[in-house]
Design a protein. Structure first.
Length: 108
């Protein structure tokens, strides 16, 4: 709940619609949240890009690009694979670093 309030507040203060969208996705029931596998990040993300997953990242597939992945939750396998090449962080950490929501790809 704290994360949702922070996302909504930041969206209003910085006029960043991406954070409002992430908050609305996280408000859904757990079983309706987005689930993204590592291979999907590999397929659609570009090198040095920031990817936001308002749900869980699972470990199926390989990652060969250097990407920053911000997600609500990571499986252990996905966290290891992303850590090897890129940077797995929480949505709150990304919100602190990039409150304007610039150059972010929403995935799921």
């Amino acid at each position: 709940m704290e994360l949702l309030q922070l996302l909504k507040k930041t969206a209003i203060e910085n006029k960043a619609a991406v954070w409002k969208r992430v908050a609305s996705d996280l408000e859904k029931p757990t079983r309706k949240r987005r689930i993204v596998n590592v291979y999907k990040i590999e397929k659609y993300a570009k090198d040095n890009e920031i990817v936001v997953v308002p749900g869980k990242v699972l470990g199926t597939g390989e990652l060969n690009k250097k990407v920053t992945v911000a997600a609500y939750n990571f499986s252990d396998e996905a966290y290891k694979k992303i850590k090897e090449k890129g940077n797995p962080i929480s949505i709150k950490e990304l919100l602190d670093k990039n409150p304007q929501g610039k150059k972010i790809r929403l995935m799921g």
